[in-house]
Design a protein around this ligand. Sequence first.
Ligand code: 3HC
Length: 328
Amino acid sequence: MTTTQGSTTITADDEAGQAAFDAVIAADSRIEPRDWMPAAYRKTLIRQISQHAHSEIIGMQPEGNWITRAPSLKRKAILMAKVQDEAGHGLYLYSAAQTLGITRDEMTEQLITGRAKYSSIFNYPTPTWADMGAIGWLVDGAAICNQVPLCRASYGPYGRAMVRICKEESFHQRQGFEILLSLMQGTDAQREMAQDAVDRWYWPSLMMFGPPDDASPNSAQSMAWNIKRFSNDDLRQRFVGMLVPQAEVLGVTLPDPNLRWNDETGRWDMSEIDWDEFFEVLAGRGPMNAERLRIRRDAHEDGAWVREAAAAYARKQAARVEDTREVA
Ligand code: 3HC
């Protein structure tokens, strides 16, 4: 039997699928790629997972910038491993998105033509070595805070990818903390460099959690579907609560004179985030947006021969298997 709702035709299969889907969500269980799912659920997952994958890939650039200039062989090896981890995270996430029916080529096209979003945080420059510390401590710290709840996302492939990613992110966060700690135990110039990096990365790291709850169009539905587990503002609060004691250990000052715990509200009071800056960066007008996309586009074009060679190799292997079958 079929019914129509507006321009959408609903079949009996859809009704049964919707009921099964609702039951899985109500039981806080998992939806897998072959399960029926509402078109809007699929669309929001593709949106969030592909944006997340793009963020990991673009996120390689600010740190890649320091690999050749890291101050010791040990620091260089750690940084290389970290940047390589980000590439791996991007690949897990692109694979998870592909299970929803979008191709890798489509996602790449959306990124390099500037139609896809990726995290605002990667559009800021990294002028000093201390930025590697601040990125690890603040950016990876914010990523963990946001991403640990995503390990319980209702879509199986996304949740499982997040488990692996979060393990690596905690190592990243600690290496950033350790870079800042070393600098803070160094000379006056090193301490100043560390504080300056914290001053520059603190506010953008708070923006990573997204717009305030009352300006977040996707949160309510994503939370109802058990994709997101906490609102943007709640995660931001949790993150600040994590940072305050760690900043004390480091000996750095968080650049917000109004930051204090409020016993009455049970929340951190803080200065207003500069949302104009956030929306400018999202619109592609941040300090490094154009450069990040140019580098990504060039890398994609320069890598064309690798993709062609891999495809030729795969064709050759497939033909060989076919020949062996014919002989047998
Ligand atoms: N940067 C860029 N875009 C952002 C953003 C940010 N910091 N915060 C929100 N947005 C975008 C949203 O994607 C959405 O855009 P769209 O509707 O056009 O797709 C719009 O702003 C409105 O925001 P919402 O709050 O309604 O959107 P969401 O419900 O999707 O919440 C989110 C935003 C919290 C970022 C959520 O998508 C999320 O948790 N994503 C997964 C985590 C992720 O992508 N992290 C990116 C950083 S990756 C990283 O940190 C790598 C590590 O190695 C450092």
